[in-house]
Ligand binder design. Structure first.
Ligand code: NAI
Ligand code: MG
Length: 491
């Protein structure tokens, strides 16, 4: 992987802060703005245009026009490939700047943004660029003298609402399959992290996407987000975020029968058997929960450890966790930055307090780090019981609940005792046991002897309340296509 050059803290540079509508960056109709804050310093980075229903309406109309009658609607699929690849090239050309902007707005460690998020962003665009001219229908042998075939047509205008935990990655996961399929887009970035999406909007314009194909409306969920969901010219909503928000979106989307895909939360079980490679499993448990300050939908937040190895496992893990370097996310040695904002910070601290009250044992952490910025020490709770709040709810922070177990059956049953079903992991050297458990875990992704291994080609999404549909891979193209059946009489 590429190494990072010494970061330039570009706090003085000017940022793109407007809305992207029909190929132009514009102020919001109301003229309102809102601040975006650096979570490491609590300082305002910039004032950003605040879109609401009026701006969403303009963006939806622009996207509709681009879809129905613009050059995009007549473009050969292979020319879409070329444009998406050009965007990927521009992102790569500006990779250091984009990584630094992500760190400024989101607080994640620079080494992670530069060597994790950004390379995957580029990879996702390139992967879907390759799909644009390979979205095939079928010919179908029907009765009678008829010839029947299917076409997979672009779905139309895609409304996309994304969260703040992986701001650029979420843009890539949403834009790339939609563009490959031939859809047009209205994106609503998270209010906490609008800056990198806007920069990607600039790069998309530079790449040459026709006006109206990609529109970006910053703003809040209850205003900009809700009007996007309600808008009659929008055909589909792709959303990543909280389950309760998804329910609100689903109800509203029902009015216009919009297609929906959801990628929601989790309380993913990470199951370590005594016969595992313990050192590797310790590293996997650490990555599984603390990556991105614990702000991962698939965080391995319930760590089930088999009785025989439980105590030594917790000790080894605690030693590594205590050695983690918290602080300035621009420092290349930093492994953990701040939580995204005060809301999330308070919510996580609330769960830590509940864990203590309900009798779980703090092995390490359990408190704030420093007094500026939203930093929380990486926390391990042991002696966690299945019915404690910290074992049931998504905390979305650096808080691990360790749960002891004895038998295979018990581990599977307890792991599945949750309404979530996004991800799970199993650590064992017994390959038959690993696969048989993987098949029985009710989760959209199961990692065996690894954690957080993502690939543009591998579908990702949730069982149960963790989501509807899959992102990434060939599967995500279904989210942005409609199937049409054409029958020709041969008589
Ligand atoms: P959220 O679901 O409220 O926000 C995500 C996106 O949805 C943002 O762009 C927001 O503006 C938008 N939104 C909010 N309300 C909306 C509405 N009524 N209509 C349309 N769009 C709306 O998530 P939030 O409040 O940022 O975080 C709360 C919790 O959600 C976190 O603590 C975490 O548990 C979970 N979460 C899960 C994520 C995941 O990757 N699955 C990502 C972010 C949060
Ligand atoms: Mg919310």
């Amino acid at each position: 992987m590429a190494t990072v050059t010494e970061p330039r803290r570009e706090t003085q540079r000017t940022f793109q802060t407007q809305l992207l509508i029909d190929g132009k960056f514009v102020d919001s109709r109301s003229g309102k703005t809102f601040p975006t804050v650096n979570p490491a310093t609590e300082e305002v980075i910039a004032e950003v245009a605040e879109g609401d229903a009026a701006d969403i309406d303009l963006a939806a109309k622009a996207a509709r026009k681009a879809f129905d009658s613009g050059p995009w609607s007549k473009m050969d699929a292979r020319d879409r490939t070329r444009l998406i690849n050009r965007l990927a090239d521009l992102i790569e050309d500006n990779i250091d700047e984009l990584a630094e902007l992500e760190v400024l707005d989101n607080g994640k460690p620079l080494a992670e943004a530069r060597n994790g998020d950004l390379p995957m962003v580029v990879d996702v665009f390139r992967y879907y660029a390759g799909w644009a001219d390979k979205i095939h229908g079928q010919t179908i042998p029907v009765r009678g003298n008829n010839f029947t075939y299917t076409r997979r047509e672009p779905l139309g205008v895609a409304g996309q609402i994304i969260p703040w935990n992986f701001p650029m990655m979420m843009v890539a996961w949403k834009w790339a399959p939609a563009l490959a399929a031939g859809c047009t887009i209205v994106l609503k970035p998270a209010e906490q992290t609008p800056l990198t999406a806007l920069r990607m909007g600039e790069l998309a314009m530079e790449a040459g996407f026709p006006n109206g194909v990609i529109n970006i409306v910053n703003g809040f969920g209850e205003t900009a987000g809700a009007s996007l969901v309600a808008h009659p010219l929008v055909d589909k909503i792709a959303f990543t975020g909280e389950g309760n928000t998804a329910k609100i979106i689903m109800r509203s989307a029902a009015e216009t029968m919009k297609r929906i895909t959801f990628e929601l939360g989790g309380k993913s079980p990470n199951i370590v058997f005594a016969d595992a490679d313990i050192e590797k499993a310790v590293d996997g448990a650490l990555l599984g929960i603390y990556l991105n300050q614990g702000q991962c939908c698939c965080a391995g937040s319930r760590l089930f450890v088999q009785e025989e190895v439980h105590d030594q496992f917790v000790n080894r893990l605690a030693a590594k966790v205590q050695a983690r370097k918290l602080g300035d996310p621009f420092d290349l040695k930093t492994q953990q930055g701040p939580q995204i904002d005060k809301n999330q910070f308070d919510r996580i601290m609330g769960y830590i307090a509940k864990g203590k009250e309900q009798g779980a044992r703090v092995v390490t952490g359990g408190e704030r780090h420093g007094d500026k910025g939203f930093f929380i020490k990486p926390t391990i709770f042991a002696d966690v019981k299945d019915d404690m709040d910290i074992a049931r709810d998504e905390i979305f922070g650096p808080v691990l609940s360790v749960i002891k177990f004895k038998e295979v059956e018990e581990a599977v049953t307890r792991a599945n005792t949750t309404d979530f079903g996004l991800a799970a992991a199993v650590w064992t050297r017994d390959i038959a046991k690993a696969h048989s458990i993987a098949h029985r875990l009710r989760a959209g992704t199961v990692w065996i002897n690894c954690y957080d291994v993502f690939d543009a080609a591998a579908p990702f999404g949730g069982f149960k309340t963790s989501g509807i549909g899959r992102e990434l891979g060939e599967k995500a193209l279904d989210n942005y296509t409609e199937l049409k059946t054409v029958t020709v009489s041969l008589d």
